[in-house]
Design a binder for this molecule. Structure first.
Ligand SMILES: NC(=O)c1ccc[n+]([C@@H]2O[C@H](COP(=O)([O-])OP(=O)(O)OC[C@H]3O[C@@H](n4cnc5c(N)ncnc54)[C@H](OP(=O)(O)O)[C@@H]3O)[C@@H](O)[C@H]2O)c1
Length: 243
């Protein structure tokens, strides 16, 4: 499928992986609606970079912590822009264990990582004749993450929805996922993070933002592919089974 000339909404596009995805899409001729939560200035910087690549960019803010608000926001956004491509990238990464987790922590992760992305997918499907979604997941959903339980459950829910919705929304809307491994250190990580994490996958290094962004672009353009999860993780998912 030709990406050039289409418009994509990328959530959490102000910095880090979201910015990389936006720039890769722009290189492929895609106009961007760049979502941010708090990083308005960084999102404007991303927009500037996108425009330098010769395509349009708009910046829109929304707190995705409240799915009902996300739904209202999405109605306005799809009235304003002809969005046919959606990348659900925004996330958080709070620590939680089964011993410390409470219902608020679990609900917060479900709201941000599963329910708000679901609202955006539903609006895309309702508004567009031919559409494609990539949900950004996490390689660790292939086994477990006992230090980030709420996050893990939210990503697992989105992973399951990716497969279910690929079936449910076909043929109008394709739904795929990209599951990164270790790419960027979380804020506050120790200096030895990169060398420690490089040894956690068979290919023996951390991945690059560009590698995640390329996989996202491929899946958005792959017209005969839906319900697929591409792991960009140096093979780390081989440590565990998906289900
Ligand atoms: N980094 C890695 O190595 C890695 C590994 C595996 C999977 N992933 C996945 O890849 C994606 C990108 O990773 P990343 O490390 O670049 O992500 P990140 O920096 O943790 O978060 C991306 C963006 O999400 C937005 N966000 C967070 N809470 C929000 C809220 N309540 N409302 C609106 N926006 C909110 C933030 O936007 P603002 O700054 O504008 O608030 C943030 O910049 C995520 O889905 C992550 O789970 C990353």
């Amino acid at each position: 499928m030709e990406l050039s000339g289409q418009t994509a909404l990328v959530t959490g596009a102000g910095k880090r992986i979201g910015r990389g995805i936006a720039l890769e899409l722009a290189k492929n001729g895609v106009s961007l609606v760049l979502h941010y939560g708090q990083s308005a200035q960084e999102a404007e910087e991303t927009a500037h970079m996108v425009r330098q690549l010769g395509v349009d960019a708009a910046v829109e803010g929304c707190d995705l912590s409240h799915p009902d608000e996300t739904q209202k926001w999405s109605q306005k956004i799809w009235q304003k822009y002809p969005i046919s491509l959606l990348v659900n990238n925004a996330a958080h990464y709070p620590k939680s264990t089964y011993k410390t987790i409470d219902s608020n922590m679990l609900q917060a992760s479900m709201d941000l990582l599963f329910l708000s992305p679901l609202m955006l997918i539903k609006q895309l499907h309702a508004s567009t004749e031919s559409a494609a979604v990539v949900n950004v997941l996490d390689t660790r959903m292939a086994n477990q993450d006992f230090q980030h339980v709420a996050y893990h459950m939210g990503k697992r829910a989105l992973w399951k929805a990716t497969k279910d919705l690929a079936w449910e929304l076909a043929p109008k809307t394709r739904v795929n996922g990209v599951a990164p491994g270790v790419i960027l250190a979380p804020p506050g990580a120790n200096q030895d993070w990169e060398s420690r994490m490089a040894g956690t996958n068979p290919l023996g290094r951390i991945g690059e933002v560009q590698e995640v962004a390329s996989a996202v672009c491929y899946l958005l353009s792959a017209a005969f592919t839906t319900g697929q999860i591409v792991y960009v993780d140096g093979g780390r998912h081989l440590k565990g089974a998906e289900s």
